[in-house]
Design a protein around this ligand. Structure first.
Ligand code: NI
Length: 191
């Protein structure tokens, strides 16, 4: 199992719903947790906040979200199965986003600041989550992955809103962002 990156076409597919939470599904979730933490070990300045199953090439509607997004030592994740946005509203706010599948590139993405999501936990319990701020952003980013959408799709190409991380862990504006993104990523959506 490994994290796949753009332009892998599997990142652009729609994932299918999980019908039964069986050992196979629990195994996928265990692999996601492990991969997120393995990735973090290799990226000292970054925190692995969340991940979606298609990012390891498994086209199932499963995401994991870090329980504590501040403290790297608290490395537990909640898995959400078949997560669905039932409402997204509030002020649209721009915030920095990165993605394990879009290496080194960060961008300012506009998202609604309030969201309601319904999903199932690993034990089959149905939950409804009301989130704001970073958690709302994270949920929207991850649920997008299940529909083949990447954060870069939400940034208009005239906004010059891309950054990359340097060796010291600082974000620097990407100057020739078009070339940079074009090399790394199939350009937003259209064939
Ligand atoms: Ni992502």
């Amino acid at each position: 199992m490994k994290i796949i990156t753009t332009p892998d076409p599997r990142l652009r597919e729609k994932s299918e719903k999980v019908r039964v939470i069986d050992d196979e599904i629990l195994g996928v979730i265990a692999d996601m947790r492990k991969l997120s933490l393995d990735w973090e070990k290799e990226h000292p300045y970054e925190l692995s906040a969340a991940m979606a199953a298609p990012q390891m090439g498994v086209l199932k509607r499963i995401i994991i979200v870090r329980d504590d997004m501040e403290d790297k030592k608290k490395a537990t994740f909640t898995a959400l199965i078949n997560p669905e946005v039932i409402r997204a509203d509030g002020k649209v706010v721009k915030g920095d986003e990165g993605c394990l599948s879009v290496p080194e590139i960060y961008g300012k993405v506009p998202r609604p600041s309030k969201v309601r999501v319904k999903a199932k936990l690993e034990d089959g319990t149905e939950v409804r989550i009301k989130a704001t701020g970073e958690l709302a952003r994270t949920l929207l980013h991850e649920i997008d992955h299940l529909d083949g959408i990447l954060f870069i799709d939400h940034i208009k190409d005239d906004e010059k809103a891309f950054y990359r991380m340097n060796d010291k862990g600082e974000l620097e504006p990407v100057k020739d962002y078009e070339a940079e993104i074009r090399d790394n990523v199939e350009l937003w959506g259209e064939e």
